[in-house]
Write a protein that binds this ligand. Structure first.
Ligand SMILES: [Zn+2]
Length: 408
């Protein structure tokens, strides 16, 4: 098998010569790593950032969790795999529908292709919402921390996960939910030695704690210990993120939010515009469903063009694009975005109507993501990489390319 190359979504991947682990650290703004290294709490990362490859990459916009996780495992942008948020408006159905179902996936994953070719593949994700998408049509192990207790051989390719990991199943809103992912990754490497493993955490800590803060440094210190163990076990590790994270609040701690549905209703009358926030998901406690990306459905194209000019005047809007412009610039599937795409700036999030956002659960001033301002993410390999063309725009979805084709 060693000379074999697999083609997936028009890219070639070499067969691994040692186990490969790709880690997607949810919401890992590069400053988190720099601050943890500077504080001396991440000695392993400090070392590999010198001796391996320490690069930056651009994630997919909208800089949300699902579009980026799917990009990383398919090696392709949402225009290819189809997942561009948690929600979209299905015009034919006349309904807002969740995009979490694998039926919306338009491309196979590199993970599934390697499993089909005989590799041992394992996926561990913090939240269960991602599990079915990441594990779509994949033979092997695939489970979430959240539902670790329910894992069965038939559904997840593994059972007795909690006993294996030796850690109780954490709350869905906790740093430990991500720790469980790393702990499981180490145990899997020790006991089953997968050829290819994908670990994906949750951004609970990053939504609350800025780079260099005690909670953030504790998180990265924890991660550092597990990564060192995976390295000890002989793995090639590539670490990247689904998106960055920024403060989205004013000096008084209240969120900088534009309630775009309310704005459009006040201008054009109720129910003319439909604002969709693709960040919306069943787990809203840490961000109140507020991110820096929204899409708007207008009655027709001519109206959309007029609205765009007006929305551009709203403070805090970084770009306001037509569907075609957004699809081209961000490599998005045009049929799953609205007539208008609105991106908030570094400090601003976009809501629908004030009455539809429950901000009472926000325990700390809002930090969030979704825009171009959260596009820079780390791309780190524990080994030197060669053969990367100079001037190449690296993406987080080059992680598998880096690990399989370029790592020494
Ligand atoms: Zn995320």
């Amino acid at each position: 098998m060693t000379s074999q190359t697999l083609e997936v979504n028009a890219r070639n991947y070499r067969w691994m010569s040692r186990p490969v682990v790709v880690v997607c650290v949810d919401g890992c703004e590069p400053a988190y790593l720099d601050a943890a290294v500077a504080a001396g709490v991440a000695p392993y990362l400090a070392r590999v950032m010198k001796t391996g490859a320490n690069l930056l990459a651009d994630c997919v916009v909208p800089s949300f969790t699902n579009p980026n996780n799917l990009s990383i495992v398919t090696g392709a942008p949402p225009a290819v795999h189809g997942i561009c948020g948690n929600y979209f408006f299905d015009r034919e159905l006349g309904q807002e529908v969740m995009m979490n179902d694998p039926k919306y996936l338009r491309a196979g994953t590199v993970l599934a292709a390697f499993a089909d070719a005989g590799a041992k593949v394992a996926v561990v994700t913090a939240k269960d919402k991602l599990r079915k998408l990441l594990g779509n049509k994949m033979k092997g192990i695939c489970f979430s921390s959240e539902k670790a207790e329910e894992a069965t051989i038939a559904e997840n390719g593994i059972d007795h996960v909690v006993e294996l990991v030796g850690m109780p199943v954490p709350s869905v809103y906790s740093a430990e939910l991500s720790e469980f992912v790393f702990a499981a990754g180490v145990k899997l490497m020790e006991t089953r030695r997968p050829d290819l493993m994908y670990l994906s955490t949750t951004d609970y800590v990053q939504h609350k704690a800025a780079p260099g803060s005690p909670a953030a440094n504790a998180f990265y210190a924890m991660m550092d210990r597990y990564l060192a163990q995976l390295d000890e076990l002989g793995a090639t590790i590539v670490l990247t993120a689904d998106h960055g994270m920024n403060d989205k609040h004013g000096a008084d701690g209240s969120p900088n939010v534009i309630y775009l549905q309310d704005v459009l209703d006040s201008w054009y009358g109720a129910e003319k515009a439909r604002v969709i926030l693709p960040i919306t998901d069943p787990y809203v406690v840490h961000h109140g469903a507020l991110g820096s990306f929204a899409t708007v459905y207008a009655p027709d194209e001519a109206t959309a063009a007029q609205w765009i000019e007006s929305i551009k005047q709203v403070p805090g809007m970084e770009s306001v694009l037509t569907r075609a412009e957004a699809a081209a610039r961000f490599e998005l599937p045009p049929d799953r975005i609205g007539d208008i795409v609105v991106v908030g700036d570094r400090k601003t999030v976009i809501g629908t109507s004030a009455s539809r956002h429950d901000l009472s659960a926000l325990e700390v001033p809002l930090r969030s993501h979704g825009g171009v301002s959260e596009q820079r993410v780390p791309l780190i390999c524990n080994r030197p990489v060669t053969g990367i063309a100079s001037g190449r725009r690296l993406r987080n979805f080059d992680a598998l390319d880096l690990a399989l084709n370029h790592a020494q």
